[in-house]
Write a protein that binds this ligand. Structure first.
Ligand code: FUL
Length: 465
């Protein structure tokens, strides 16, 4: 045993293909597994009917009548959402926790006699439900007098962040919003991002940080829940800034030096906050499933906002949509028809059995097929042994070794020849391709271009309709 270990240690890179930088950090690898998670916009705007408050609202307005985060969690779990990110403070500055740094908070409201703490109750409900908890803390603050003064506001913001990161247990994601509508004559705050990020790293080293520019997760460039067909997890941070339009936001930078995957945020309703008049505009299960394919199915995550109402509960139409969405996703991906198929490939890394084509269809996400060492393309065929009807193929790269593929096609055997049913550019953590239902016994993936030797963790096929 010892001798084998020594032999392996003496041969760097001999055990598996070399990682192709940049590669994800452990915290990012954990994040990639969430895929879908909940955003919760709740606060002063819930009670004023606004989307952006002015900061002058009376804390007395905040008074949910039946606050019940356990009810939210039940609905989120039914939808398969894995984490919950709460707006601890939105642009109006009203804090959902009793911050020691301002009076503009739940402590000045009539709710729970001024003794309430929404952040605590939501964090506790998440843990009871087995979901992770994250926070949104708006950098733009229309209430705080030091906003726009530079250091004094940075001190205030870091102080608030410290409260949130030290008093509520593990934090999975910290969400930094780039929005700010201060006009040309308005206050301009110069943020100390370096200090802000260092605070998160120090206090919650496992948390991922989201912003327009990362450092761990980047905004996908729209608020409609849609990733680009070409979507690299690679990004060049020196080309990015928070609160500015960023070229490459959507596609990523194929020559980027950092791993910064995209997150697609979208609301289940037209607004981010609850407005009763939007009760009949809740996205349908069909629309949510479509968004799943356009985000998770394009190598991004789906951050779905579901805003509680003035009771502090999710409204019935939202709960119903979430439930049905979860049911459909589970049903669609229950049976991988390629599992255990007979597989062959153009080449195998160092002819090692442990990287053979069968590893892409064994249903085991810890194994993968690796093409020959110096290749930049290759093919993989999976034979199911009998005809099945399929309408969707899923491809995954083992991203801990880097994102590689930049062009591919998927074909099915029609009895005489291969017929292309889908084609694409990037793959990454997960790529879902839909096509008209077709009966076939064999599926073929052609990797046409890649940054390094192609690696396929999984090739799966489903009947989703
Ligand atoms: C935006 C904000 O201005 C919206 O109010 C919302 O919070 C959304 C998620 O981000 O930038």
């Amino acid at each position: 045993m010892m001798a084998m270990f020594l032999f392996a240690a003496m041969q760097p890179g001999a055990m598996e293909p070399e990682p192709l930088p940049p590669v994800p950090s452990p915290r990012q690898l954990a994040w990639h597994k969430w895929e879908t998670y909940a955003f919760v916009h709740f606060g002063m705007n819930t009670f004023t009917g606004r989307e952006w408050g002015q900061g002058t609202e009376d804390p007395a307005l905040f008074n949910p009548t039946d606050f019940d985060p356990d009810q939210w969690m039940a609905a989120f779990k039914a939808a398969g959402l894995k984490t919950v990110i709460l707006t601890a403070k939105h642009h109006d500055g009203f804090c959902l926790w009793p911050s020691r740094l301002t009076k503009h908070s739940v402590a000045s409201s009539p709710w729970r006699g001024g003794k309430g703490d929404v952040v605590r109750e939501v964090a506790d409900a998440c843990r009871r439900a087995g979901l992770r908890f994250g926070v949104y803390l708006s950098p733009w603050d229309r209430h705080e007098p030091t906003y726009g003064q530079g250091e004094p506001y940075n001190d205030f913001y870091v102080g608030q962040l410290t409260e949130l990161l030290t008093q509520y247990g593990p934090i999975a994601e910290v969400w930094f919003d780039g929005a700010c509508a201060e006009g040309p004559n308005g206050k301009k705050q110069v943020y100390d991002w370096e200090r802000i990020r260092a605070t998160v790293r120090k206090l919650q080293p496992k948390a991922v940080m989201f912003s327009d520019a990362g450092p761990d997760v980047r905004w996908i460039g729209n608020e409609s829940g849609v990733a680009n067909e070409t979507n690299w997890c690679l990004l060049e941070p020196s080309r990015m800034s928070v609160g500015q339009p960023n070229p490459g936001q959507t596609e990523g930078h194929p020559d980027g030096s950092a791993w910064v995957p995209g997150e697609c945020d979208v609301s289940i309703r037209p607004g981010w906050f609850y407005h009763g008049e939007e009760d009949d505009k809740v996205k349908t299960p069909d629309q949510l499933v479509e968004l799943y394919f356009l985000s998770v199915g394009r190598n991004a995550s789906l951050l779905l906002n579901v805003p509680p109402d003035r009771r502090g509960r999710l409204a019935d139409p939202d709960v119903a949509s979430l439930q049905e969405f979860g049911r459909r996703i589970r049903r669609m991906f229950r049976t991988n028809l390629l599992r255990g198929a007979a597989a062959k490939a153009s080449s195998v890394w160092r002819d090692r059995e442990s990287f053979g084509p069968d590893k892409a269809v064994d249903g085991d996400t810890s194994t993968y097929w690796a093409a020959g060492e110096r290749t930049r393309s290759g093919w993989l065929e999976a034979d199911m042994g009998r005809e099945r009807e399929i309408d969707c193929v899923e491809i995954r790269e083992p991203i801990r070794l880097g994102q590689r593929i930049s062009r591919f096609t998927v074909a099915v055997w029609d009895g005489n020849a291969w017929k292309t049913v889908a084609e694409g550019t990037t793959v990454g953590a997960k790529r879902l391709l839909r096509f008209d239902p077709v009966r076939t016994s064999k599926v073929r993936l052609d990797v046409l271009e890649a940054r390094g030797c192609p690696l396929i963790q999984d090739l799966r096929a489903y009947r989703t309709r």
